[in-house]
Design a protein around this ligand. Structure first.
Ligand code: SF4
Length: 254
């Protein structure tokens, strides 16, 4: 299937060589998007993290041993497999920027989308959301709290996009021509190393435009042709090789 083209295409360029795996992006995402903590955070089925930082290794012994960290938000596919399988249209590819949305009140919790997502970027609410006493006062008012029984996912902090657009409209500017940095995700803002760059992939005035076109840029499991809006940059060939599961004898791009 051919990805639909939009005037504005919000995307990320994540520089793996700058990421130290500190996890600040994960924490910022949880706080901003009202993800409730659970008692046993090691429970991989029930824990909610819209963005996960994975550790990669070149699997060589010392002294050639090398590691890298891969922050993985929703990849915002151009042809999202999760959208086509949803029986109630609770998820869609937003034509304003290409963000894959999730409409919680429509979700019936069948979890077809979770099975279809090749990046494991969707999460099911097994539990009612509960916050430690006092913490509920710090919830983000623009982000709805999801009930038990629905699927949720990274939205590229869509509420921030709405706010930036509203501001542009009030100021009499074109909401489809936001300046670089006017709308960024919480993970982008939190990264102490500037590893995550966010912006319009179609706008040459945005930093992400050049980065996504770098010879060191590639996408996760690119050969699935999901045409994702998240790019990864690494000057290390073994990292690029792992991003797309290359065979040992295959030539890697870049
Ligand atoms: S905050 Fe930045 S350096 Fe830390 S894990 Fe996330 S991307 Fe990597």
């Amino acid at each position: 299937m051919q990805a639909k083209e939009f005037k504005v295409k919000w995307g990320m360029a994540i520089d793996i060589d700058k990421c130290t795996g500190c996890g600040a992006c994960m924490v910022a995402c949880q706080a901003e998007n009202n993800l409730s903590p659970i008692e046993d955070a090691s429970n991989k089925i029930k824990v909610m993290n819209w963005l996960v930082v994975y550790e990669l290794s070149n699997k060589k012994p010392f002294p050639e041993h090398d590691v890298a960290y891969l922050p993985r938000p929703c990849q915002q596919c151009g042809t999202p497999p999760c959208v086509s399988v949803c029986p109630v249209i609770a998820t869609d590819k937003n034509e304003e920027g290409g963000i894959v949305s999730q409409i919680y009140p429509r979700c019936i919790g069948c979890r077809y989308c979770m099975a279809a997502c090749p990046y494991h970027a969707r999460y099911f609410n097994w539990l009612d959301p509960v916050w430690p006493e006092g913490m509920e006062k710090a919830l983000t008012p623009d982000v709805s709290v999801r009930p038990r029984g629905v699927v949720e996912k990274c939205s590229f902090c869509h509420h921030r996009f709405m706010m930036a657009k509203d501001k542009a409209i009030v100021e009499g500017r074109d909401p489809e021509a936001l300046a670089d940095g006017e709308y960024v995700t919480s993970c982008t803002e939190a990264c102490p190393n500037g590893a995550i760059v966010f912006g319009d992939l179609n706008n040459p005035d945005h930093q992400v435009y050049e980065l996504a076109r770098s010879k060191y840029a590639s996408r996760l499991l690119e050969r699935l042709h999901a045409d994702t809006q998240v790019y990864y940059i690494s000057r290390r060939e073994w990292v690029r090789r792992q991003l797309d599961n290359y065979l040992d004898n295959e030539k890697v791009k870049g």
